[in-house]
Design a protein around this ligand. Structure first.
Ligand code: FE2
Ligand code: FE2
Length: 291
């Protein structure tokens, strides 16, 4: 039997998350297992809290695996997010004995573990809001664009389509400010999908069963819906069905674990068990899978 302990969204850089993160790390270490997987948003731009959080798992007896989240790609001055993804986060992880699953899958017993931060392409945007796509690309809702000098041109360009409900919507998706990919979100997602597909092919040759971990959401079923407009705007950034298509194309896949939405749940999708860990800022959750 292989026992995998999973948590997500520890957000250790945020003060109200620190004590709950310490508690859940303690619980995970006591629970024990063959692997612990942190499915994204462990900390933010500063690497100190990331290292400190990973070290909370020091006494965990099994493999320590990390999937970055979008917050892990937030940049300090002069940084870019790809370097953070490919080098900075893996180096900090290694200091604490963690392996970044995105860059190399692992096999434990007969179980293959694949991982990807995943990303978004606005496919999950809430259509009822009827926000023109350029606002999603800029990661500002119309009400926010109207008061931000660098984004006001969007309001000018799309004024005929905008109405009162749009101007009431002052939300921003802060990746727009802190993530610097040097390519579009769709291009980054495409790279990640190719990488994940490659991992699944490799694991299909070497493992009897496969479990995948993606920070962003691969299926529409997981996207929180019917929420107030300020939250509904965020649906565009929850993930992409492209991730889901890659995952479901591998017949040996039995489970997928996600984070990011801070919305716990469990679904059966095309014979695959899909779990959103659903940690919030103040309440952290653990999942245990035994195969
Ligand atoms: Fe998060
Ligand atoms: Fe996230």
């Amino acid at each position: 039997m292989v026992r995998i302990v999973v948590t997500a969204d520890l957000h250790y850089n945020i003060s109200r998350s620190r004590e709950p993160a310490r508690r859940v790390a303690d619980d995970a270490c006591s629970a024990g297992g063959d692997a612990i997987v942190l499915v994204g948003d462990t900390a933010g731009a500063a690497t100190g809290p990331l290292l400190e959080c990973l070290r909370l798992f020091e006494r965990f007896p099994g493999r320590k695996l990390l999937v970055p989240g979008n917050h892990c790609l937030w940049c300090r001055d002069g940084e870019d997010s790809l370097t953070r993804y490919e080098s900075v986060v893996p180096a900090v992880a290694a200091e604490a004995g963690f392996h970044v699953l995105d860059h190399d899958p692992v096999v434990i017993g007969d179980v293959g573990l694949a991982g990807s931060i995943g990303w978004y392409d606005y496919s999950f945007a809430d259509e009822s809001l009827d926000i023109p796509e350029p606002f999603y690309r800029a990661k500002v809702a119309p009400g926010a664009a109207a008061v931000l000098t660098e984004h006001r041109w969007l309001v000018e360009a799309h004024r005929p389509r905008l109405h009162e409900r749009h101007y009431m919507l002052g939300a921003r998706w802060m990746d727009g400010r802190y993530v610097r990919l040097g390519m579009s979100d769709e291009e980054f997602l495409g790279l990640l999908c190719d990488k994940l597909a490659g991992q699944l092919r490799r694991l299909a040759d070497s493992a009897g069963g496969i479990v995948a971990f993606t920070h962003h959401l691969p299926f529409d079923e997981l996207v929180p819906r019917n929420r107030p407009d300020r939250f509904a705007f965020a649906a565009a950034y929850m993930g992409s069905p492209r991730l889901g298509r890659v995952l479901l194309s591998e017949p040996k896949l039995s489970h997928v674990f996600c984070g990011h939405s801070h919305w716990p749940g469990r679904w059966e999708i095309d014979g695959v068990t899909v779990v959103n860990v659903g940690s919030t800022y103040s309440n952290k959750r653990l999942e245990v899978l035994e195969l």
